[in-house]
Structure formats: C-alpha cells, structure tokens
Design a protein around this ligand. Structure first.
Ligand code: AGP
Length: 618
C-alpha cells in the first residue's frame, strides 16, 4: 500500500504535494518522490526513506522555475512491493521512446501489476530499456508506448492490457496542467476546488484544501485540468460520479476516521486478507500458487520437517501453521521461539524447511535464527510484510503478506495475513502429498470465504464494545482453547496484555487442571474459544469447571450454536467455518475485545508503554 497525491491548478504544486505526502506516510515510508510539469519539461525528484528526505532534497524550491513554478504535478510515498526501497525503485517512474531525450510521461502507482513480466518482455523487444525492478516502470513505458498527444487514450489503452490492481496518477509533457488518474482495487479520491483539483489515495492528504470529494470506482479514469474533471470508463464511455462532503478533523483523517490506527487496521482486514490471497490460489486445480516460496512439489517429497520461527504475534501465527501443515500435508512441523532456536544449537539440516515469520522483517531474534538455519544448511524462507527488509533479503525466498503498512504497535492485520499465507502453504504441501483436487478446491473456497466471515465479526463491534465493559476491572484473565483455538487464545491474551495492561495468560484448555486452576476467583475472568468442531465439548467441560469456581466467562462461539448458551456470561458469535479457517474471525473478535477493554481503561492504544513496533535489538 503506497500513498499518491496529485495537483492541477494555479498555485505552486510542490508544497501541496509535499504536505499531502506527509499525511500519507503511514501508508508507506520506504521512499518518496514527485514529478512536476512546467514549460521546462517534466522534472522528477525522488529519494529513499521518509518524505522529510525529499523536502531536504528539494531545498529552497520556490526560486527554481521547474520546481516552485510548476502548477501541476504528482507525488508518491512508497510501500515497496517489487524491488527494495531504493531511489531507482522510487516513484514517479518516467518513460520516453527509445533514443529520445527528456521524460515524455511520468507515473505514480499504488497496487500490483501481476502480468508486468510479460508486458516488460514485450516492451524490451520493442527496444525499451528499464532502470528499476518495479512493475510500475513497466506501466509507465506501456502508457508512453501508446502516447500520441492524448494521455487519457494512452492510459486507457495501457490499462486494458494490465492484470492486477492499480491506483495511478500520470502526467505528460505535451499536456502541461493535465493529470490522468485511474483505479482498480486501490483507492483514488478527487478533491474539488475553486480553480484547482487535487487527487490522492486517501482523503487525509487533501482535506486541508477541500472537503468536497469524488471517490473513483474500479475501472474509472479521470482527466483533470485545473477545476475541470472528466470521468470515463476504461472503454472511454463517459461516467458520472457524485461528490460527497467530508466532515473529518484533520488528525482523524489520517486514521481514516478511526479513533486509533489499531481499530483502523482491524477494520482493514477483509481487504488486507484479500490482498494477501489474491492471485495466489488456483480454484480449478484446488491448489495455491506461491512462486516466491520457490519450493516445487518434488522438493516436498524430500522434506523431513517444517520449522516455523518467529516472535510474539508472528510466533502465534506459526503455531497455526504447525497445526495446518501436519493436519493437511502430514509433514512433521514444529514452531520455534526464535531467540531459543538461535541459542540452543538446534538439530536442523538440508532436509528441513525453516519458515521465518516476521511482520517487520527486522526482528533481531528472528533474523539471527534465520542466519543460524542458513548456517546449518536448511532451506530457509521468509513470511514477511515489509518488502526489502533484512529477513526478506537474507532468506531470498518467501512470501510477502501485502497487508499494507501496519502502524499500530499491536499487530492485528499482519497476524491474519500470516495465517492466510500459512493455510495456503499447507494447501500447497497437502496437494503435493495426499490431498485430492476436490478437497483442494473446497480448501480454496474455505480460505476465500474468510474476508466475508471477518466482515460479519466487524459488524458486531458495538456488541463487543458493550461486552468489554464487564471486564475492564479485571487485573488478570485466562484465555483457553484446544487445537487450532489454542494459538487463538495465545494471540488474544497477547493483544489484551499489550494494549490494556491486564495480566492475561493463555492455556491449552486441558492444562488448567494441572495447576493454574488454583488461581481462579470471581475476579479472574475466563475467555474461552468454543467454535463448533473437534474440541468444543471438552473445552465446554473445562469452562464448567471454571464457572464452578465463580469465574465469569466470555465465550467465542459459532453463530446459531445453542449448545453453548448456558456456559457463558457473554458470547461473541462468529460465522460457521472449519476450525483452520475459524482461527481468523475468532482472532478478530478477540482483537476487538482487547481494543475496547483498553479504550475503556483509557490506555494509549497505538503506542503502548515499553513496546516498539519492530524489536531490532535482542
Ligand atoms: C505484536 O503485537 C507485537 N508487536 C510483537 O509481539 C511482534 O509480533 C513481535 O515483536 C514480532 O514482530 P515481527 O513480526 O515484526 O517480527
């Protein structure tokens, strides 16, 4: 997920673009850049890192005609997907016909061009050269290859050949003052002004200048010149879009109207999970396509074991992966705490696949565990959200989550995307073993159903907020679950610890009787995971043991399952689903519960004390 801003009007464009980028930095902070159109031509300025680096690079631009004098331009803050966060991979990407001087077209993009390799090969055959590793530069050259003085025509022709997602803004030397923007899958909002128009990935970037906006729909293309906005479809048919008035405060806008980044990221999960699974499963073959993992079915026959390593939330996701890989693929799998793995001289070798799970890709213990596994000759792959991060680079193979930047310290959408990836990995391994195509086809459907199941849980936000009121006085809490629900209990306990400071512990439900049950009192609530499926009845009998000792009980149970009604003081319902998939909606329910308990306790939810988003020290 990146941030795009554009401006066409009578004011100097540069300061407006830079302000907009700052507001969108939470969307990506790997690199930044802008392209300004003036009689001098298209001037492109870009750099690695945060927007402040670009501000410093532009220096005192007011006095520079091709900078301060430009009244139209586009800008971008990047969350790298293809190619590490370097200046050459930064946007905007410019293009011109082979052998010609000066940029003719420049473009910024948010999304993923899935068929960029094929397009690139064709453009290279036509003599075009590429300087970056990005899919976006391919799109810039594709647009330029159709450019004959009409940017809208060139953009629509190009986009009709593109597979994947995009939010783009584009400028051309022969049409100064004109921006062309388009979207499919990635947001673009147009801000209407007196004698100017702004565009952005998120209204947060333009609210300072206008509150009258138009949201583009998928496959919309808009031509913007000053206050003039013309929208058409990808087949050039005119389209009318209503404008709306935004009433958010400036600060709230950055959080998209949510009170906290954590809540925003919880509500982003239907989309972030879809971004993770999109284009990675083949519903005909009933299999997943994880080319980045670069492990072929025949390699799997050789594999003795899968080791899943990580810390914190990533470790909990790993435990779901352990269950699913053993359950469906029948390959021995073990989850390992990274810090322990790196120091205990682990027995690991060339017949082992080590999966390093990390949102940031920078966690010191996980990185060191990767290096230990590499030194021991294991096959090592990463499951990472931050593109170009150290773990991604050092493993050299793996899967990117594409969950978008996660700003809140308490990880939420990264966990559900990690679990989605691990289920796709289990499917791939299972199909290479004994799972039939029919079962594979069903498994694909089970994973594709998850975003809607999460939407059903999010609809209960008010109900869960109400339930949370009954638990804010607790200073301790126990989370219990069995099988796939045990890692959910672990993740639920971790969330509430991180943001509400309640001392919570998670147990495999059967473990309680072996000691910890001694701590049960009326003040210590139990949060029990009892969705319909194997282990539910046993867990319910453990819940009965806790209620017998006066504990208050919150259940997470399946919609319509009346069997559990008498076991809970409060119940959060999740849609019916097989347990390996129910892991995700059940976790979202506990994320919301933790969020509201912390909110009601007045805790600093996005920046909890003592925590850092990425633990790069031991
Ligand atoms: C989770 O909410 C915490 N931020 C923390 O436990 C985190 O999961 C852990 O530090 C691992 O981080 P990583 O996924 O970036 O490696």
């Amino acid at each position: 997920m990146c941030g795009i801003v554009g401006y066409s009007g009578t004011q100097s464009a540069a300061p407006i673009l830079l302000n907009g980028l700052k507001r969108l930095e939470y969307r990506g902070y790997d690199s930044a850049g802008l392209a300004l159109v003036s009689p001098e031509g298209i001037r492109v300025e870009k750099c690695e890192g945060k927007v402040v680096n670009l501000v410093n690079q532009l220096g005192d631009f007011d006095k520079v005609p091709s900078l301060g004098g430009a009244t139209a331009g586009i800008a971008h803050t990047r969350w790298a997907t293809h190619g590490p966060p370097t200046t050459v991979n930064a946007h905007p990407h410019a293009a011109r016909p082979a052998g010609e001087e000066g940029n003719r077209v420049a473009l910024v993009h948010n999304g993923i061009i899935e068929n960029y390799k094929a397009l690139k090969a064709r453009l290279e055959a036509d003599g075009r050269g590429f300087v970056s590793e990005t899919d976006t530069e391919v799109l810039a050259h594709l647009v330029d290859s159709f450019y004959e003085g009409d940017l809208v025509k060139a953009v629509t022709t190009a986009l009709n050949q593109v597979e994947g997602t995009f939010g783009i803004a584009c400028v051309a030397i022969d049409e100064p003052g004109v921006l062309v923007v388009a979207r499919r899958g990635s947001p673009i909002v147009i801000g209407l002004g007196e004698d100017e128009t702004l565009v952005a990935s998120d209204a947060a970037a333009i609210l300072r200048y206008t509150r009258q906006v138009i949201y583009l729909d998928d496959n919309d293309v808009a031509r913007i010149e000053g206050p003039k906005v013309d929208i058409c479809s990808l087949d050039a048919m005119p389209v009318t879009r209503e404008s709306t008035q935004i009433d958010w405060s400036d600060d709230a806008a950055e959080k998209g109207g949510y009170a906290h980044y954590m809540l925003k990221e919880i509500f982003e999960q239907p989309d972030s999970i879809w971004n993770t699974i999109r284009g990675r499963m083949d519903s005909d073959r009933g299999n997943s396509v994880l080319s980045g993992l670069n492990v072929q079915p025949r390699d799997l026959a050789e594999l003795h074991r899968v080791l899943l390593i990580g810390c914190g939330t990533s470790l909990n996701a790993g435990l779901v992966g352990e269950y699913a890989i053993e359950d469906f693929a029948g390959i021995p799998a073990e989850v390992e705490q990274a810090a322990e793995f790196r120091y205990r001289n682990p027995i690991v070798g060339s017949k082992d696949l080590v999966l390093a799970i990390s949102q940031s890709g920078e966690t010191a213990d996980t990185l060191a565990a990767v290096r230990e596994a590499v030194d021991k000759g294991a096959l090592v792959a990463g499951l990472v959200n931050v593109v170009g991060s150290t773990i991604a680079r050092e493993t050299g193979r793996g899967i990117y989550l594409h969950a978008g930047p996660e700003i809140s310290v308490a990880s939420t959408k990264a966990f559900t995307s990690q679990v989605s990836c691990l289920l796709m990995i289990a499917l791939k391994f299972a199909r290479a073993a004994r799972m039939s195509r029919e079962r594979g086809v069903r498994f694909v459907k089970e994973i594709e159903a998850i975003p809607d199941q999460v939407r059903e849980v999010l609809k209960q936000n008010d109900h869960i907020a109400k339930i949370a009121e009954n638990y804010i006085k607790a200073e301790s809490a126990f989370y219990i679950g069995r099988g796939y629900m045990y890692p959910v209990a672990l993740e639920g306990a971790l969330k509430i610890k991180e943001i509400s400071y309640i001392h919570a512990e998670a147990f495999h439900a059967a473990e309680l009787k072996h000691g910890s049950i001694a701590l049960l009192t009326e003040e210590l609530p139990i949060i029990a995971l009892v969705p319909d499926g194997p282990g539910k009845d046993k867990t319910l009998s453990n819940v009965a043991e806790c209620r017998a000792r006066g504990s208050k009980v919150l259940l997470v149970a399946t919609e319509g399952d009346d069997e559990v009604n008498d076991y809970g003081d409060d119940i959060i319902r999740i849609p019916a689903a097989p347990l390996h998939a129910a892991v995700i909606p059940a976790t979202v329910a506990l994320q919301l519960f933790a969020y509201h308990v912390a909110r009601l306790r007045g805790c600093p939810i996005d920046q909890p004390r003592n925590l850092a988003k990425s633990v790069t020290v031991e």
